[in-house]
Design a protein. Structure first.
Length: 277
């Protein structure tokens, strides 16, 4: 679909401005079902906040909220409603960045942590001669992504679990908002007590994640990274960890942007890396 514009695409899939999430849930599902969703989501968000504040004994991946992700992706309608409230501006800004690097979307493309497939399908429609694969750990999100691709009649995209990929590699890997779910973070109560982590410690924390990304990219291939980082030392840790596994920064590709994220504001760092031979 050459010439597809961002605004047209988002409108076509049902992304719209939502000011009050509770009101939108009731309007979409009716009062009884909508209020049921509000109660359940409040429980899941409270559990998520407690996990981030005080930690969890079962995992160091404090930002990986499987229950919440699965709940939002129980249906395409619910997933797009959540995306409208939390991510409408983010998707627009991310797509603008991705369109600025058109030559990278040629060949075999992986989208790591594709979620509901909004970005994957957008790129696949823009580049019909390339083969896109969306990778995701949430079965619900995969089902929603497949439904979205069917709704849009996208023929050059597939979605699968990361483990199903085997040892395949790609020409370009898109990794968007995956670091926060796959890096070991300290609980906020611990962060407030101790000193700021050094860049070298941040490198150590990002090292396994960087290795996993590197394993998916062919030599001379590219990684397009868009991650949420307000902490400069944490982002420096990611960049250096990627450099240590064979990536180098592509000059002139770094962009920082902030946008509305639900009721708050989030800061994102975008950059292109090339993998050495």
């Amino acid at each position: 679909m050459p010439g597809l514009e961002i605004k047209e695409y988002l409108s076509r899939i049902g992304i719209r401005r939502i000011n009050e999430l509770d009101t939108a849930l009731v309007e979409a599902f009716g009062r009884e079902e909508g209020e049921g969703h509000i109660v359940r989501l409040t429980e899941l968000f409270d559990r998520s906040e407690e996990r981030l504040l005080y930690g969890a004994g079962d995992t160091v991946y404090l930002h990986r909220q499987e229950e919440l992700v699965d709940y939002w992706n129980q249906s395409l309608q619910m997933s797009l409603l959540a995306a409208s409230f939390y991510d409408r501006v983010f998707f627009r800004r991310a797509m603008e960045y991705l369109l600025g690097h058109g030559p990278l979307w040629s060949g075999d493309i992986f989208d790591m942590g594709c979620g509901n497939g909004i970005l994957t399908c957008f790129l696949a429609l823009r580049h019909p001669d390339s083969a896109f694969t969306g990778l995701e750990i949430s079965s619900n999100a995969l089902s929603v992504a497949k439904e979205l691709a069917g709704k849009l009649a996208v023929e050059n995209v597939e979605f699968s679990k990361r483990d199903a990929l085997g040892r395949g590699k790609c020409d370009t890997l898109l990794s968007c908002r995956t670091a926060h779910e796959n890096v070991a973070w300290r609980a906020l109560c611990e962060e407030s007590k101790g000193p700021t982590l050094s860049v070298e410690e941040q490198v150590r924390r990002h090292s396994q994640y960087a290795k996993e990304l590197s394993a998916l990219v062919r030599p001379q291939g590219h990684l397009v990274s868009i991650e949420r980082y307000e902490d400069d030392s944490a982002y420096a840790g990611l960049v250096r960890a990627l450099e240590r596994v064979g990536f180098c920064q592509v000059k002139g590709t770094h962009m920082q942007f902030s946008c509305k994220n639900g009721d708050g504001t989030a800061t994102f760092q975008a950059m292109v890396f090339r993998k050495n031979s």
